[in-house]
Each structure stands twice: as C-alpha cells, then as structure tokens.
Design a protein. Structure first.
Length: 420
C-alpha cells in the first residue's frame, strides 16, 4: 500500500488505512515495513483509538527515511476494544510513502518482540528502571512538566506539548543520584554492528550528565559506557548515536542520568531506535534520511538550509546516489519583513533575486523560470510577508514568459520543416 505525492494534491492531504476493532484485554503485537523517500515528504503515523475518545499517536516518522525499507514493531495494550490505523500525509510534491507486510496478532504470553523504535507516544516501549537506580525516569508531556523544571514544552516526535518523551527529573534528587532505564533484551548484533540512535534535551546550568551503556544480558559484567554528554547543550533536541557490536550475547541499552548540582534541571530523551547497520561518523551525513546530527538555526540572517532533490537552483543530481531523487542541503534566500505590495513591483528585478540569477548564465526566458521557482519557494515561507498582489503580478509575468517560449518552439519547428 502506498501514497504518492503529486503537485495536484494538497500538501496537507492525508490517506488513512483502518483496521476492524480489536478485542479488549489483549496485548497486540504489531509489525510492519515502511518506505518513506522523496523531496519534502510528509509523515507516517500509527494511531490507536477507543470509542468516544481522541486518537493516540503510538508511532510516527517524518521526512525522508532514505531509499530503503525499514522495519517497525509495536506493542498495544488495552482493556477496551481498540481500533488502529495508519495515516500518511503527503507533505510535498515528490516521493512516496509505502507500507507492507503488516502483521497484527494477539500475544500468547502477554509480551511482544522487543520494540526497536520508540516515540513514547503510546507507552514506554518496554523500558524498565535498572535495579540499582536511585530514582525512576518518567514518561510525560510538556503539558505535565512542572513549572519549576527546565527543558522543552514540546517533544521531538510531534513537536507539540501533547507529545510524550522520557524525563529524568534531576532537580528532585540529591547530588550524585542516578536514574537509569534499560531497553528490552536485543538479539546479538550482526558482524558490522547496529546503530542505537536517540534524541536528547539538556538545557540550563547544572543540567547534569547523560550516558549510554551496553549491558550484556545474563552475564555478570559491569556495563560498558558507549557515550556520554554533560552540561548545557542549548535549547534544542539534539541527536545522539552509538554503534553496538556484540555477536556472542543478547544485550540491553541503558540510558543513565546523573544529578550534578541539584538545581531545577532535567534530562530528556525521545525517539530512540535500533537500526540494523553501524552508525556513520558523528558529523557525517548524506542527507538521504534527514539532517542527521546537524541542526538548522531557523531564520537567522535571512537564510535557511533546506533539504531538496533536483531543482532549478540546485545541482541536477546529488553526489551520494547520483540521481535526481537524491537529496542535497541547499540555502534558501528569501526576502524578510512585512513588505507592502506595490502596483509596479516586479519580483524578477528585485534585489532579493539578483544573487540567484546573476550566477546562472541562461537565456532570459529560462532566467524567468528560475526566478519563478525562487519566488514560489520564498512565498511559501511563513515570514516572507508576500501578498496576493505579488502572486497576481507573478501570474502575469509567467503568462508573458509562456507566450515567448511558445513563439520559440514555433520558430524551431519551422526551421526543422525547412531542413526536411
């Protein structure tokens, strides 16, 4: 099953695939394969719903995930009949979202295979406190976060205060206190290893320390520290990842937060996943599956980086896949401020577009098309300040351009006829 982006489809349009209502008092094991690839692709959600209640987003992915099929498995627990569904949002005008091999089954022993991806929307995905922990992590939303606590009001998955994440409330505990949660037991990794990825939030003075450990299952050895971060990391969700390579034993990943100064600090994690491939170096990114560890600082100095496939102002292919559908990161240059429409304002002669056109040696008619592309991209920016009059003028200029191109085509046809 798939949904394909199209320029004639509203970018906010969604497609839903619903199940029949599932029985109450059952543990449902859900697994599926998904493929999300393309320019400005939207989102894929797995949601659950009880009769008469709002939907709950159990799992979600946004943006391109690379040109490959990926696997997800979920656990749904409910004491009432529940209906589950997939929702795909187009988001752009290139690419597809697809699902395949969906399996929904009742667990015979009350448990499901370990979840290798977790957004914390429906549950804690089997994460448990370690026996030696001084305190427990809490699954919460920005709405439930205490006013005295530091950190974001929005989660990483949904970007809203209704979204869930896992939080270590360090400010409630003495200096040196440790809170640790461990994943479900994972199978031994392939020879090349697997990548444990997650997003974390650490903001404020004395925010404490976050570490990731590897614990071999049923083996009396101390956990091995794989990754650690300490102190203020700014007001952003940041990306962390470590390669786990252990072929002889089952294993668990352990997230540990440590209180350092005892202030009103918290450490949060969201969207962890275990991918069946080794991690690439920390700062390396081919942009096929998003921005990796790189963070775009929005709307500073009038420029923003944007993920893109082939376009008028970019290269014909990316370097990684050497195809038009591969992705690059380009700079968008948009006019700022609430500019007022003028009766003779010409977007193709404004200073905001000169830097784009003067770098490209094209016939005038093709430069107009380049400017049209830039103009539409910038007009879509929420802080551009463009108005309806601008678009009307653009439509007039576009009509003139099309007429000129038509005349060229007619002349070319006449010349071919003369040659024959």
């Amino acid at each position: 099953m798939y949904i394909k982006a199209d320029k004639n489809i509203n970018k906010t349009s969604s497609a839903r695939l619903k199940s029949i209502p599932q029985s109450a008092n059952e543990v449902l094991c859900v697994s599926f394969w998904y493929h999300m690839f393309g320019n400005s692709i939207g989102s894929l959600k797995f949601v659950s719903k009880h009769s008469g209640e709002p939907e709950t987003v159990v799992w979600m992915r946004s943006g391109t995930q690379g040109n490959k099929w990926r696997y997800a498995d979920l656990t749904i627990k409910s004491d009432r009949p529940v209906q589950v569904s997939f929702e795909a949002v187009v988001g752009g005008d290139q690419g597809t979202i697809a699902i395949d091999n969906v399996v929904v089954s009742s667990s015979e022993n009350g448990s499901c295979p370990p979840e290798r991806e977790c957004t914390f929307q429906g549950s804690a995905c089997g994460l448990l406190s370690t026996p030696s922990a001084d305190f427990n992590w809490e699954r919460m939303t920005g709405m439930l976060q205490p006013a005295s606590s530091s950190g974001p009001t929005a989660d990483h998955t949904l970007g809203t205060e209704q979204g869930y994440y896992l939080s270590a409330q360090l400010w409630r505990h003495p200096v040196g206190s440790r809170g640790a949660v461990m994943t479900a037991v994972m199978d031994p990794t392939p020879l090349h290893g697997e990548c444990l990825m997650f997003w974390y939030y650490m903001e404020g003075r004395g925010v404490g320390e976050l570490s990731v450990y590897l614990q071999m299952h049923d083996k009396l050895t101390k956990p091995t520290q794989l990754w650690t971060m300490r102190g203020d990391q700014g007001r952003h969700w940041r990306h962390g990842r470590v390669t786990v390579s252990i072929q002889s034993y089952e294993w668990r990943g352990v997230f540990q937060a440590v209180s350092i100064h005892g202030t009103n600090s918290t450490v949060k994690i969201d969207d962890y996943s275990v991918m069946e491939e080794a991690c690439s170096p920390t700062a390396s990114c081919d942009f096929e599956s998003g921005q990796c560890t790189w963070v775009n600082i929005l709307h500073e100095d009038g420029h923003d980086w944007m993920l893109a496939s082939r376009g008028f102002l970019g290269p014909l292919t990316d370097h990684n896949t050497e195809t038009p559908r591969g992705r690059t990161s380009d700079v968008r240059d948009c006019p700022k401020g609430n500019s007022k429409p003028r009766s003779h304002w010409n977007p193709f002669k404004s200073a905001d577009f000169q830097s784009a056109n003067k770098q490209i040696k094209l016939p005038v008619s093709e430069q107009v098309l380049v400017s049209i592309t830039s103009f539409i991209n910038c007009a879509a920016s929420p802080d551009s300040g463009f108005h309806l009059n601008h678009l009307l003028i653009l439509f007039y200029e576009f009509t003139v351009c099309i007429n000129a191109l038509s005349q060229r085509l007619l002349c070319a046809r006449d010349r071919l006829d003369q040659l024959h």
